[in-house]
Ligand binder design. Structure first.
Ligand SMILES: [Zn+2]
Length: 136
């Protein structure tokens, strides 16, 4: 389970088989896994979960920076107004976790059966086994 989590969230691999990347480019999901047929599109609005995960991570990072600034004041110590650096760093942190949070959300959708196999069955049911090759 931990291996699947790391493989999916940090490497962006398919949550089912781990053989292919879920992403095309920086953050766009491919339509389906070419190895196992898991479809990554869970319908309209399903991507809101990943946006919320990224947003929460950015807000937590901002709160940590604010706490550090209030306690030790490293930004003010170098003569800067703390607001802009904290906003900029929090935005960068939000962008940095965009892809892992999207991958985490796909893993959640997969585990709870909200994704579909290429044959239309939900992802919490086993996928159809491929037909046996014909003899001869
Ligand atoms: Zn796959």
């Amino acid at each position: 389970m931990l291996r699947r989590f790391a493989r999916t969230v940090w490497l962006g691999r398919c949550p089912s088989c781990g053989q292919t990347s879920m992403f095309r480019g920086l953050g766009s999901l491919v339509e389906a896994c070419s190895a196992c047929g898991l479809r990554y599109d869970a319908g309209e609005g399903a991507s809101m979960g990943s946006i919320q995960i990224g947003y929460v991570a950015g807000v937590k990072f901002a709160l940590i920076l604010i706490a550090v600034e209030l306690i030790w004041g490293p930004i003010a110590a170098v003569g800067l107004d703390p607001l802009l650096p904290i906003m900029a760093l929090s935005t960068l942190a939000t962008l940095a976790v965009y892809r892992p949070s999207k991958a985490l959300w796909v893993l959640v959708l997969f585990r709870f059966g909200w994704l579909r196999w290429s044959d239309g069955r939900p992802s919490d049911e086993p996928r159809e086994t491929p037909p046996l090759p014909l003899a001869g």
